[in-house]
Design a protein around this ligand. Structure first.
Ligand SMILES: Cc1cc2nc3c(=O)[nH]c(=O)nc-3n(C[C@H](O)[C@H](O)[C@H](O)COP(=O)(O)OP(=O)(O)OC[C@H]3O[C@@H](n4cnc5c(N)ncnc54)[C@H](O)[C@@H]3O)c2cc1C
Length: 228
C-alpha cells in the first residue's frame, strides 16, 4: 500500500428478507384479521402497502422486525466498528486481529488530518512507526493476538452486520445525526441509502431524531437541523 492513501469505505447490501415490506404488512394485517396468515399473502399489493403505512404511523414497529438486512462493510476503522457493535440488536462477524496478520500498514485517515499537510505527514509517520514495531514483535515470535495491542484505532477492518428494520431505524436515528462521529455517520447514511431502494415505505421517514421525532436528543440549538 502507498503511504497516506485515504481509504474509502465500502458498503454493500449483501441480502435481505425476500418481500421485505410484504411480510411486515401481512403481520400488521394479521393482528386485525380473522384470516390465516398464509391467506393474507393473496391480499392486493395496494392494500398491503396501505396497511404497512398505517401500522408504521401508529408506531407499531414490531411488525418490521420480521425483515432483516445484511451489509458487507469494508475499509473502515476499528474506531468505527467499536461504536457499531454497541448496537446490540444485531448480528456481527468481524475480521480477526488474532487470525489475520497485518504486516502491511492499512489505516483510515480522518479528513481533518488529511487536509492539513503537516498534520498528515506526522500522522503517516506515526502509523509507519506503529507498523514497523508490530512487524518487529511478530518477527520476534510474539503472536498476532499480542502484537495487535499496539495497533491503532485507525487500523482498517472489515465486518458483516445483520440488523432487522426496527433496529436499523434506531441505528439511523442515533447515527445519521449531525453530532454522531463522522465515520459512523457516513456509514449510516450509506446504509440508509441502500435500504431505501428496497424498502421505501419502511425507511421513507428514517433518519436522525430531529427528522423522525421532531426533537433533538442532544439539544444542540446551533445545529442547522435543530427543530424550530
Ligand atoms: C452521539 C453518540 C454518542 C455516544 N457516546 C457514548 C459514550 O460516550 N460512551 C458510551 O459508552 N456509549 C456512547 N454511545 C453509545 C450509546 O450509548 C449506545 O450504546 C449505542 O448508541 C447503541 O444504542 P442502543 O442501545 O439504542 O442500540 P441497541 O443496543 O441496538 O438497542 C436497541 C434498543 O433496544 C433496547 N435495549 C437493548 N438492550 C437493552 C437492555 N439491556 N435493556 C433495556 N433495553 C434494551 C433499547 O430500547 C435500545 O434503544 C454514544 C452514542 C451516540 C449516538
Amino acid at each position: 500500500m502507498k503511504w497516506g492513501v485515504n481509504h474509502k469505505m465500502n458498503v454493500k447490501l449483501l441480502g435481505y428478507t425476500p418481500d421485505p415490506e410484504k411480510i411486515p404488512a401481512m403481520a400488521g394485517m394479521l393482528t386485525h384479521s380473522k384470516s390465516k396468515p398464509e391467506d393474507l399473502e393473496k391480499a392486493p399489493e395496494k392494500q398491503l402497502n396501505a396497511v404497512l403505512k398505517e401500522v408504521l404511523k401508529m408506531g407499531h414497529t414490531s411488525v418490521i422486525e420480521h425483515t432483516s438486512f445484511t451489509f458487507a462493510i469494508s475499509d473502515v476503522s476499528r474506531s468505527l466498528t467499536h461504536q457499531l457493535v454497541r448496537h446490540r440488536i444485531a448480528s456481527y462477524a468481524q475480521q480477526s486481529q488474532r487470525y489475520v496478520d497485518f504486516k502491511e500498514p492499512n489505516y483510515v485517515t480522518p479528513p481533518k488530518i488529511a487536509k492539513n499537510k503537516k498534520m498528515k505527514k506526522a500522522y503517516d509517520k506515526t502509523m509507519k512507526n506503529i507498523w514497523e514495531e508490530y512487524n518487529k514483535l511478530r518477527d520476534m515470535g510474539i503472536p498476532a493476538e499480542d502484537s495487535r495491542f499496539i495497533l491503532p484505532n485507525a487500523a482498517c477492518t472489515n465486518i458483516i452486520v445483520t440488523m432487522n428494520a426496527r433496529s436499523l431505524l434506531n441505528f439511523f436515528e442515533l447515527r445519521c445525526c449531525l453530532h454522531a462521529q463522522w465515520e459512523i455517520r457516513q456509514l449510516a447514511n450509506k446504509m440508509l441509502g441502500e435500504v431505501k431502494k428496497v424498502a421505501p415505505i419502511i425507511f421513507k421517514n428514517a433518519g436522525p431524531a430531529c427528522k423522525t421525532k421532531n426533537y433533538c436528543p442532544e439539544n444542540k440549538k446551533d445545529c442547522p437541523l435543530y427543530p424550530r
